[in-house]
Design a protein around this ligand. Structure first.
Ligand code: 2AM
Length: 175
């Protein structure tokens, strides 16, 4: 099964992102992420045998032990790629706490012998894919908001032609 670990967004942040998505709809063509699917990926594991789900959950648990709430704030819009197939995202700032969590989680996954995409962690939430930026002069200003992140979830991703859907398998909460 295709797995990843992510933080879901606190309500205030999800709401602000919904506003930004509504503004983007007026000016950019592409595939928007449904509001229920907005998330911040900490580690993308990819294909994993079902019997290893418990090991992934235990690694998440260890990475979250003794952690306090992560105070986070939405940052600027950013883009991966260019032309008509841009991934448009909003950055999330936390004074390094999300980076610390992602790094501990990845260390625990290493210890459990679970592999993941080792691209450097850049805290962001994808808002749209296949964005056509070829004729866009400027993007709308992104709405900002603050919130407290206190849980992470192991998701199973189901790929489908009309977009992926994400099934929560295990959640670790620390507050
Ligand atoms: P993205 O939104 O920036 O593309 C589920 O696919 C989640 O895992 C997405 O948030 C995606 O990030 C992230 N992810 C990280 N590495 C990935 C990879 N190699 N393939 C697919 N998704 C990846």
């Amino acid at each position: 099964m295709r797995l990843f670990v992510a933080a879901e967004l606190p309500y205030e942040m999800a709401e602000a992102m919904g506003e930004t998505i509504a503004n983007l709809r007026d000016c950019v063509r592409g595939r928007f992420v449904a509001s229920a699917n907005l998330h911040l990926t900490l580690a993308f594991l990819g294909e994993v045998d079902a019997f290893r789900v418990d090991d992934a959950a235990a690694a998440m648990q260890r990475a979250c032990e003794g952690r306090g709430p992560i105070e986070a704030e939405l940052g600027e819009l950013g883009a991966f790629g260019s032309g008509r197939r841009v991934v448009l995202w909003q950055g999330v700032e936390s004074g390094g706490s999300l980076e610390g969590l992602a790094s501990e989680l990845r260390d625990e996954l290493d210890r459990a012998g679970l592999s993941y995409d080792a691209k450097p962690f850049l805290p962001h939430v994808t808002l749209m894919r296949n964005a056509d930026l070829t004729r866009i002069v400027s993007l709308p200003t992104a709405a900002v908001a603050q919130g407290s992140i206190e849980r992470i979830t192991l998701f199973r991703s189901h790929l489908a032609p009309d977009g992926a859907s994400y099934e929560p398998l295990e959640t670790v909460e620390w507050e």
